[in-house]
Write a protein that binds this ligand. Structure first.
Ligand code: NDP
Ligand code: OXD
Length: 309
Protein backbone atom coordinates (compact mmCIF):
# COMPACT_ATOMS: atom_id res chain seq x y z
CA UNK A 1 0.00 0.00 0.00
CA UNK A 2 1.24 3.52 -0.68
CA UNK A 3 0.15 7.12 -1.20
CA UNK A 4 0.47 9.29 -4.31
CA UNK A 5 0.30 13.08 -4.06
CA UNK A 6 -1.24 14.70 -7.14
CA UNK A 7 -1.22 18.49 -7.45
CA UNK A 8 0.15 20.97 -9.98
CA UNK A 9 1.64 23.58 -7.64
CA UNK A 10 5.03 23.46 -5.87
CA UNK A 11 3.78 21.86 -2.65
CA UNK A 12 4.29 18.14 -3.38
CA UNK A 13 7.57 17.98 -1.45
CA UNK A 14 6.18 19.78 1.58
CA UNK A 15 3.31 17.26 1.83
CA UNK A 16 5.66 14.34 1.21
CA UNK A 17 8.04 15.47 3.94
CA UNK A 18 5.22 16.06 6.42
CA UNK A 19 3.88 12.52 5.79
CA UNK A 20 7.34 10.95 6.08
CA UNK A 21 8.07 12.91 9.25
CA UNK A 22 4.80 11.69 10.79
CA UNK A 23 5.45 8.06 9.76
CA UNK A 24 8.78 7.16 8.09
CA UNK A 25 7.46 3.66 7.19
CA UNK A 26 4.87 4.98 4.74
CA UNK A 27 5.68 4.89 1.03
CA UNK A 28 4.67 8.17 -0.54
CA UNK A 29 5.29 9.48 -4.06
CA UNK A 30 4.74 12.63 -6.07
CA UNK A 31 2.74 11.81 -9.21
CA UNK A 32 5.53 13.07 -11.47
CA UNK A 33 8.17 10.68 -10.13
CA UNK A 34 8.54 7.00 -11.07
CA UNK A 35 6.23 4.99 -8.82
CA UNK A 36 4.56 1.57 -8.76
CA UNK A 37 1.00 2.49 -9.77
CA UNK A 38 -0.50 -0.84 -8.70
CA UNK A 39 0.65 -0.23 -5.08
CA UNK A 40 -1.17 3.06 -4.68
CA UNK A 41 -4.22 2.88 -2.41
CA UNK A 42 -4.66 6.54 -1.49
CA UNK A 43 -4.41 9.63 -3.71
CA UNK A 44 -3.92 12.90 -1.86
CA UNK A 45 -5.07 15.49 -4.35
CA UNK A 46 -5.46 19.22 -4.92
CA UNK A 47 -6.64 20.40 -8.36
CA UNK A 48 -5.14 17.32 -9.98
CA UNK A 49 -4.88 17.12 -13.79
CA UNK A 50 -8.03 15.58 -15.21
CA UNK A 51 -7.51 11.90 -15.97
CA UNK A 52 -4.63 11.46 -13.49
CA UNK A 53 -6.77 9.46 -11.04
CA UNK A 54 -7.56 6.76 -13.56
CA UNK A 55 -3.98 5.38 -13.57
CA UNK A 56 -4.29 3.50 -10.27
CA UNK A 57 -6.00 0.08 -10.50
CA UNK A 58 -5.98 -0.52 -6.72
CA UNK A 59 -6.94 2.97 -5.52
CA UNK A 60 -9.24 2.82 -2.49
CA UNK A 61 -9.71 6.46 -1.52
CA UNK A 62 -9.41 9.98 -2.96
CA UNK A 63 -8.37 12.42 -0.23
CA UNK A 64 -8.72 16.15 -0.89
CA UNK A 65 -5.90 18.08 0.79
CA UNK A 66 -8.33 20.97 1.23
CA UNK A 67 -11.82 21.44 2.62
CA UNK A 68 -13.43 21.60 -0.81
CA UNK A 69 -13.99 18.61 -3.10
CA UNK A 70 -15.73 20.27 -6.06
CA UNK A 71 -12.66 19.71 -8.27
CA UNK A 72 -12.82 15.94 -7.59
CA UNK A 73 -16.56 15.64 -8.17
CA UNK A 74 -16.28 17.67 -11.40
CA UNK A 75 -13.58 15.30 -12.78
CA UNK A 76 -15.71 12.87 -14.79
CA UNK A 77 -12.67 10.61 -15.28
CA UNK A 78 -12.21 10.04 -11.52
CA UNK A 79 -13.37 6.56 -10.44
CA UNK A 80 -17.00 7.19 -9.35
CA UNK A 81 -17.21 4.35 -6.80
CA UNK A 82 -14.34 5.47 -4.54
CA UNK A 83 -14.86 7.22 -1.20
CA UNK A 84 -13.80 10.89 -1.12
CA UNK A 85 -12.52 12.50 2.06
CA UNK A 86 -11.82 16.15 2.80
CA UNK A 87 -10.00 18.25 5.39
CA UNK A 88 -11.80 19.29 8.55
CA UNK A 89 -9.22 21.08 10.62
CA UNK A 90 -9.50 23.64 13.45
CA UNK A 91 -6.47 25.56 12.17
CA UNK A 92 -8.00 25.88 8.69
CA UNK A 93 -11.23 27.14 10.26
CA UNK A 94 -9.45 29.63 12.51
CA UNK A 95 -7.38 30.95 9.60
CA UNK A 96 -10.55 31.49 7.57
CA UNK A 97 -12.22 33.25 10.45
CA UNK A 98 -9.25 35.61 10.92
CA UNK A 99 -9.21 36.40 7.18
CA UNK A 100 -12.92 37.25 7.10
CA UNK A 101 -12.66 39.32 10.30
CA UNK A 102 -9.81 41.30 8.70
CA UNK A 103 -11.97 41.98 5.61
CA UNK A 104 -14.94 43.07 7.69
CA UNK A 105 -12.85 45.47 9.77
CA UNK A 106 -11.20 46.87 6.63
CA UNK A 107 -14.72 47.56 5.31
CA UNK A 108 -15.96 49.17 8.54
CA UNK A 109 -12.95 51.49 8.67
CA UNK A 110 -12.69 52.26 4.89
CA UNK A 111 -9.16 50.87 4.67
CA UNK A 112 -9.44 49.82 1.01
CA UNK A 113 -10.72 53.27 0.02
CA UNK A 114 -7.81 54.96 1.81
CA UNK A 115 -5.34 52.60 0.11
CA UNK A 116 -6.79 53.59 -3.30
CA UNK A 117 -6.79 57.29 -2.33
CA UNK A 118 -3.17 57.06 -1.23
CA UNK A 119 -2.09 56.00 -4.72
CA UNK A 120 -3.47 59.37 -5.98
CA UNK A 121 -2.40 61.50 -2.97
CA UNK A 122 -6.06 62.11 -2.05
CA UNK A 123 -6.63 63.28 1.57
CA UNK A 124 -10.33 62.62 2.19
CA UNK A 125 -11.52 61.48 5.63
CA UNK A 126 -14.75 59.42 5.55
CA UNK A 127 -17.31 58.45 8.16
CA UNK A 128 -16.52 55.05 9.64
CA UNK A 129 -18.78 52.29 10.99
CA UNK A 130 -18.81 50.28 14.19
CA UNK A 131 -19.29 46.60 15.04
CA UNK A 132 -22.75 47.43 16.40
CA UNK A 133 -23.84 48.90 13.03
CA UNK A 134 -23.98 45.64 11.06
CA UNK A 135 -25.63 42.25 10.87
CA UNK A 136 -23.29 39.72 9.29
CA UNK A 137 -24.99 36.83 7.48
CA UNK A 138 -23.06 33.67 6.66
CA UNK A 139 -24.14 31.35 3.84
CA UNK A 140 -22.95 27.94 5.09
CA UNK A 141 -22.63 27.05 8.76
CA UNK A 142 -20.29 24.10 8.42
CA UNK A 143 -16.76 23.52 9.70
CA UNK A 144 -15.66 27.01 8.57
CA UNK A 145 -18.88 29.05 8.71
CA UNK A 146 -19.66 27.71 12.18
CA UNK A 147 -16.37 28.90 13.68
CA UNK A 148 -16.63 32.25 11.89
CA UNK A 149 -20.13 32.73 13.35
CA UNK A 150 -18.84 32.05 16.87
CA UNK A 151 -15.91 34.46 16.46
CA UNK A 152 -18.16 37.22 15.08
CA UNK A 153 -20.57 36.79 18.00
CA UNK A 154 -17.58 36.91 20.35
CA UNK A 155 -16.42 40.30 19.03
CA UNK A 156 -19.95 41.71 19.23
CA UNK A 157 -21.50 41.54 15.73
CA UNK A 158 -25.14 40.66 15.17
CA UNK A 159 -24.76 37.32 13.39
CA UNK A 160 -27.00 35.02 11.40
CA UNK A 161 -26.36 31.98 9.28
CA UNK A 162 -28.06 29.90 6.60
CA UNK A 163 -27.55 26.19 6.01
CA UNK A 164 -29.26 23.21 4.40
CA UNK A 165 -30.34 21.54 7.64
CA UNK A 166 -31.64 23.54 10.61
CA UNK A 167 -29.18 24.38 13.41
CA UNK A 168 -28.97 26.18 16.71
CA UNK A 169 -26.11 28.54 17.49
CA UNK A 170 -25.62 30.45 20.71
CA UNK A 171 -25.85 34.18 20.07
CA UNK A 172 -26.68 33.84 16.36
CA UNK A 173 -29.97 33.57 14.44
CA UNK A 174 -30.17 30.56 12.14
CA UNK A 175 -32.11 29.95 8.94
CA UNK A 176 -32.29 26.90 6.71
CA UNK A 177 -33.45 25.79 3.30
CA UNK A 178 -34.96 27.70 0.41
CA UNK A 179 -38.02 28.69 2.47
CA UNK A 180 -35.99 30.77 4.96
CA UNK A 181 -33.46 32.26 2.55
CA UNK A 182 -35.37 35.47 1.84
CA UNK A 183 -35.78 36.38 5.52
CA UNK A 184 -32.07 35.72 6.03
CA UNK A 185 -31.12 37.93 3.07
CA UNK A 186 -33.37 40.90 3.78
CA UNK A 187 -31.77 41.29 7.22
CA UNK A 188 -28.12 40.71 6.18
CA UNK A 189 -25.87 43.75 5.65
CA UNK A 190 -22.54 41.96 5.21
CA UNK A 191 -22.91 38.66 3.37
CA UNK A 192 -20.17 36.03 3.68
CA UNK A 193 -20.28 32.99 1.38
CA UNK A 194 -18.85 29.80 2.88
CA UNK A 195 -20.89 27.25 0.96
CA UNK A 196 -19.39 24.29 -0.87
CA UNK A 197 -19.66 24.48 -4.66
CA UNK A 198 -22.32 21.95 -5.69
CA UNK A 199 -25.06 21.64 -8.30
CA UNK A 200 -27.37 23.38 -5.80
CA UNK A 201 -25.07 26.32 -5.02
CA UNK A 202 -23.47 27.04 -8.43
CA UNK A 203 -24.23 30.66 -9.38
CA UNK A 204 -26.13 31.27 -6.13
CA UNK A 205 -24.68 34.79 -5.81
CA UNK A 206 -26.72 36.07 -8.74
CA UNK A 207 -28.82 39.19 -9.38
CA UNK A 208 -32.03 37.70 -8.01
CA UNK A 209 -30.43 36.71 -4.70
CA UNK A 210 -28.25 39.80 -4.28
CA UNK A 211 -31.23 42.11 -4.91
CA UNK A 212 -32.86 40.70 -1.78
CA UNK A 213 -30.07 42.16 0.36
CA UNK A 214 -30.64 45.68 1.71
CA UNK A 215 -29.25 48.54 -0.42
CA UNK A 216 -25.59 49.12 0.42
CA UNK A 217 -24.85 45.52 1.45
CA UNK A 218 -21.25 44.26 1.25
CA UNK A 219 -20.30 40.84 -0.18
CA UNK A 220 -17.45 38.58 0.91
CA UNK A 221 -16.88 35.45 -1.16
CA UNK A 222 -14.25 33.12 0.28
CA UNK A 223 -15.85 29.88 -0.93
CA UNK A 224 -15.58 29.30 -4.70
CA UNK A 225 -15.63 31.55 -7.76
CA UNK A 226 -18.40 29.39 -9.24
CA UNK A 227 -20.84 30.72 -6.63
CA UNK A 228 -20.78 34.17 -8.27
CA UNK A 229 -22.37 35.34 -11.50
CA UNK A 230 -19.61 37.87 -12.23
CA UNK A 231 -21.63 40.13 -14.56
CA UNK A 232 -24.52 40.34 -12.04
CA UNK A 233 -22.12 41.32 -9.25
CA UNK A 234 -20.51 44.05 -11.35
CA UNK A 235 -23.90 45.42 -12.41
CA UNK A 236 -25.18 45.63 -8.83
CA UNK A 237 -21.98 47.37 -7.71
CA UNK A 238 -22.32 49.87 -10.58
CA UNK A 239 -25.98 50.47 -9.72
CA UNK A 240 -24.96 51.14 -6.09
CA UNK A 241 -27.21 48.38 -4.80
CA UNK A 242 -24.06 46.84 -3.32
CA UNK A 243 -21.39 48.99 -1.64
CA UNK A 244 -18.49 46.66 -2.36
CA UNK A 245 -17.16 43.11 -2.52
CA UNK A 246 -14.15 41.19 -1.26
CA UNK A 247 -13.34 38.18 -3.42
CA UNK A 248 -10.77 35.48 -2.68
CA UNK A 249 -11.91 32.92 -5.25
CA UNK A 250 -12.66 33.10 -8.97
CA UNK A 251 -14.11 31.05 -11.84
CA UNK A 252 -10.63 30.83 -13.33
CA UNK A 253 -7.56 30.94 -11.08
CA UNK A 254 -5.31 32.82 -11.52
CA UNK A 255 -7.93 35.37 -12.62
CA UNK A 256 -7.37 36.25 -16.29
CA UNK A 257 -5.58 39.60 -16.79
CA UNK A 258 -8.41 41.27 -18.73
CA UNK A 259 -11.15 40.47 -16.19
CA UNK A 260 -13.16 43.59 -15.15
CA UNK A 261 -12.76 42.69 -11.43
CA UNK A 262 -9.10 43.81 -11.54
CA UNK A 263 -9.88 47.47 -12.19
CA UNK A 264 -13.19 47.78 -10.32
CA UNK A 265 -12.85 50.37 -7.53
CA UNK A 266 -15.42 48.62 -5.32
CA UNK A 267 -13.80 45.19 -5.55
CA UNK A 268 -11.07 44.06 -3.22
CA UNK A 269 -9.29 40.85 -4.26
CA UNK A 270 -6.98 38.27 -2.70
CA UNK A 271 -5.45 35.31 -4.60
CA UNK A 272 -7.29 32.30 -3.06
CA UNK A 273 -5.33 32.53 0.18
CA UNK A 274 -8.03 33.00 2.84
CA UNK A 275 -7.08 29.75 4.56
CA UNK A 276 -4.63 27.16 3.37
CA UNK A 277 -4.24 23.60 4.70
CA UNK A 278 -1.24 23.43 7.04
CA UNK A 279 0.59 20.15 6.35
CA UNK A 280 1.59 19.55 10.00
CA UNK A 281 -1.94 20.15 11.22
CA UNK A 282 -3.65 18.10 8.48
CA UNK A 283 -1.36 15.08 7.97
CA UNK A 284 -2.57 13.18 11.11
CA UNK A 285 -6.15 12.95 9.74
CA UNK A 286 -4.83 11.81 6.33
CA UNK A 287 -2.73 9.08 7.96
CA UNK A 288 -5.60 8.04 10.22
CA UNK A 289 -7.64 7.33 7.09
CA UNK A 290 -4.70 5.66 5.37
CA UNK A 291 -4.42 3.24 8.29
CA UNK A 292 -8.19 2.75 8.38
CA UNK A 293 -8.02 1.70 4.72
CA UNK A 294 -5.44 -0.95 5.64
CA UNK A 295 -7.52 -2.22 8.54
CA UNK A 296 -10.91 -1.94 6.84
CA UNK A 297 -12.17 0.59 9.38
CA UNK A 298 -14.58 3.45 8.53
CA UNK A 299 -13.03 6.67 7.21
CA UNK A 300 -13.35 10.09 8.84
CA UNK A 301 -14.33 13.33 7.04
CA UNK A 302 -16.16 11.44 4.32
CA UNK A 303 -17.93 13.41 1.60
CA UNK A 304 -21.46 12.59 0.49
CA UNK A 305 -21.37 12.16 -3.29
CA UNK A 306 -25.15 12.61 -3.27
CA UNK A 307 -24.98 16.07 -1.64
CA UNK A 308 -21.69 16.95 -3.38
CA UNK A 309 -19.94 18.04 -0.14
P1 NDP B 1 -18.86 22.19 5.24
O1 NDP B 1 -19.26 21.06 4.35
O2 NDP B 1 -18.39 21.88 6.61
O3 NDP B 1 -20.08 23.21 5.38
C1 NDP B 1 -20.88 23.57 4.33
C2 NDP B 1 -22.08 24.36 4.84
O4 NDP B 1 -22.86 24.78 3.71
C3 NDP B 1 -23.00 23.51 5.72
O5 NDP B 1 -23.53 24.30 6.76
C4 NDP B 1 -24.11 23.10 4.75
O6 NDP B 1 -25.36 22.86 5.37
C5 NDP B 1 -24.21 24.34 3.89
N1 NDP B 1 -24.79 24.01 2.59
C6 NDP B 1 -24.34 23.18 1.63
N2 NDP B 1 -25.18 23.13 0.59
C7 NDP B 1 -26.22 23.96 0.89
C8 NDP B 1 -27.41 24.33 0.25
N3 NDP B 1 -27.75 23.84 -0.96
N4 NDP B 1 -28.24 25.20 0.87
C9 NDP B 1 -27.95 25.69 2.09
N5 NDP B 1 -26.82 25.38 2.78
C10 NDP B 1 -25.96 24.52 2.18
O7 NDP B 1 -17.76 23.02 4.45
P2 NDP B 1 -16.57 23.90 5.07
O8 NDP B 1 -17.18 24.86 6.03
O9 NDP B 1 -15.49 23.03 5.54
O10 NDP B 1 -16.04 24.65 3.76
C11 NDP B 1 -16.89 25.44 2.95
C12 NDP B 1 -16.19 25.78 1.65
O11 NDP B 1 -15.20 26.78 1.86
C13 NDP B 1 -15.40 24.66 0.98
O12 NDP B 1 -16.26 23.79 0.27
C14 NDP B 1 -14.45 25.39 0.07
O13 NDP B 1 -15.03 25.55 -1.20
C15 NDP B 1 -14.30 26.76 0.74
N6 NDP B 1 -12.94 27.00 1.23
C16 NDP B 1 -12.24 28.09 0.75
C17 NDP B 1 -10.98 28.36 1.21
C18 NDP B 1 -10.22 29.57 0.75
O14 NDP B 1 -9.04 29.71 1.05
N7 NDP B 1 -10.86 30.49 0.06
C19 NDP B 1 -10.30 27.50 2.19
C20 NDP B 1 -11.12 26.40 2.64
C21 NDP B 1 -12.39 26.16 2.15
P3 NDP B 1 -25.56 21.63 6.40
O15 NDP B 1 -24.80 22.06 7.65
O16 NDP B 1 -27.00 21.57 6.62
O17 NDP B 1 -24.95 20.43 5.73
C1 OXD C 1 -9.94 24.48 0.37
C2 OXD C 1 -9.36 25.66 -0.24
O1 OXD C 1 -10.97 24.02 -0.10
O2 OXD C 1 -8.18 25.95 0.07
O3 OXD C 1 -9.39 23.99 1.36
O4 OXD C 1 -10.00 26.35 -1.02
Amino acid sequence: MSIVIIRQDDKINAWKKAIQRADPQIEVYGFNEDHPKENITMALVWKHPEGSLSHYPNLKCIASSGAGVDFIIEDRTAPPHLPITRVVDPMLAKDMSEHVLALIFAYLKNLNTYRLNQTQAIWEPQGYSRISDFTVGILGLGALGGILAKDLVHVGFKVQGWSRSSKRMEGAATFSGAGELQEFLTTTEILVCLLPLTEATKGILNRELLLQLPKGAYIINVARGGHVVDSDLIQLLNEDHLSGASLDVFHQEPLEKGHPFWQHPKIHMTPHCASVSDTISVVPQILENYKSLQEDRPLINLVSRLKGY
